[in-house]
Structures are given as structure tokens and as C-alpha cells.
Design a protein around this ligand. Structure first.
Ligand SMILES: [Fe+2]
Length: 210
């Protein structure tokens, strides 16, 4: 696959953080870790590849405080470097269903760019890696792993909802089911800290306090 080495990916994210620091960087790191953890238990996926794809999925945010054009900026950045498989993830991660209308928040792209994304999605079949990063993106807050429903609500509260929001939520929950069948266990059983990060306290501490 055409993806950067772990070292190169690390350089890209460090440079990106210097250009536009923000919680998106920690979110990206947890998406990478979630993808790696799931891939480790998956019969068809490579954990290092999964990590790099997750790590760079939001790299387009280096440009600044943009909305949905970060998917195009990320795609163009990695495509220009020759990493077409990593570039692809920048576009596909936002679309658990292949419809440009499913996007959360405003479209700050030109009509030509919107058409480019629409045609790109229409011209590909999703791979397990596309689906893995779509799922992992829904499992990671900047503070760590969380219940999918919490992350979906987090995005809805920040960017709003539209007529496609329920479809997107259902598709994301279907991804959870699909990957849990593949790894033969709950995704939450392999993501440390989900409970404390989702609910804001450590259940083990709470139970010992009585
Ligand atoms: Fe993301």
C-alpha cells in the first residue's frame, strides 16, 4: 500500500500540529490506536497499516480551522506526496454511507470540490481499511477511547444534525457490529479506558469506595 512509514507519518503530524495546534491532534492519535487495536484482532488487517491510516486521517486540519474542506486538504496533501492509500482515507473516513449529504457541519468547499468527492466515492468500493477508520473515528475523543454513541453525540452537538444524521449513526453502529463479528469480541473489550473516558470517572475506584 502507498502509505508513509511510521517515522514519516509522525513527522507529518508534528508539522501539522505546529501549523494548527488543537484537540484534533490527540483525537488523531486515539483513532490510530483504536484502529491498531482492532486490526490486531482482525484476520485480514495489518496493525501498523491501520495505525498510520488512522493517524493521518485528519491531516488536512493542518491548514487551519476549516470545516469539511479538511477532507480535501488532507487528500491533496498526501496524494501530492505519493501516498494515495493514505490520501484516500482522508476522503472516505467521513462517509460511512456513500453520500456527500451525510457530512456533518457546513461544506466550505467549492461546487467543483464537492463534485470531486461525490465522483470519487461513486468510483470506489470501500475496503476493510476504509471501514476500519470510519469506525475508529467514532471511537476516539481527544481525551481517549469512548462509547460510539458518546462520540456521535459529541459531533452532533458541535456541528449540528441534518436529514442524514440518523442514517449515518445507523451505518456507524453497523460498522461496530461488522467488526465485532470479525474480531469475535466487543470492540470495547480491547480499548482501555473506555468506561472512565465515556462516563468521566473510574468505575473500579468508585466500587472500592463503596
Ligand atoms: Fe477524525
Amino acid at each position: 500500500m502507498k502509505i508513509p512509514t511510521p517515522q514519516k507519518a509522525s513527522e507529518y503530524l508534528s508539522e501539522a500540529e505546529a501549523m494548527n495546534p488543537g484537540p484534533w491532534v490527540q483525537h488523531s492519535i486515539f483513532v490510530a490506536k483504536a484502529a491498531e487495536a482492532i486490526a490486531t484482532h482482525h484476520p485480514m488487517l495489518d496493525p501498523v497499516t491501520a495505525y498510520i491510516l488512522g493517524y493521518l486521517h485528519d491531516i488536512g486540519r493542518q491548514i487551519g480551522k476549516t470545516a469539511n474542506r479538511h477532507i480535501i486538504d488532507g487528500y491533496e496533501f498526501l496524494h501530492a506526496k505519493g501516498f494515495s492509500d493514505s490520501a484516500r482515507i482522508c476522503l472516505t473516513h467521513s462517509f460511512p454511507i456513500k453520500d456527500v449529504n451525510v457530512i456533518s457541519g457546513r461544506w466550505d468547499c467549492s461546487l467543483e470540490e464537492r463534485k470531486f468527492v461525490k465522483d470519487y466515492l461513486a468510483g470506489i468500493e470501500y475496503t476493510e481499511y476504509d471501514r476500519l477508520i470510519q469506525l475508529s473515528d467514532a471511537l476516539a475523543l481527544p481525551s481517549g477511547f469512548c462509547l460510539i454513541e458518546k462520540r456521535l453525540m459529541d459531533v452532533a452537538l458541535r456541528y449540528g444534525i441534518n436529514d442524514y444524521t440518523l442514517l449515518k449513526w445507523k451505518a456507524t453502529l453497523s460498522l461496530q457490529q461488522e467488526f465485532e463479528e470479525a474480531i469475535e469480541q466487543s470492540i470495547y473489550s480491547i480499548l482501555p479506558g473506555v468506561v472512565s473516558n465515556t462516563f468521566g470517572f473510574d468505575v473500579n475506584m468508585a466500587s472500592t469506595r463503596g
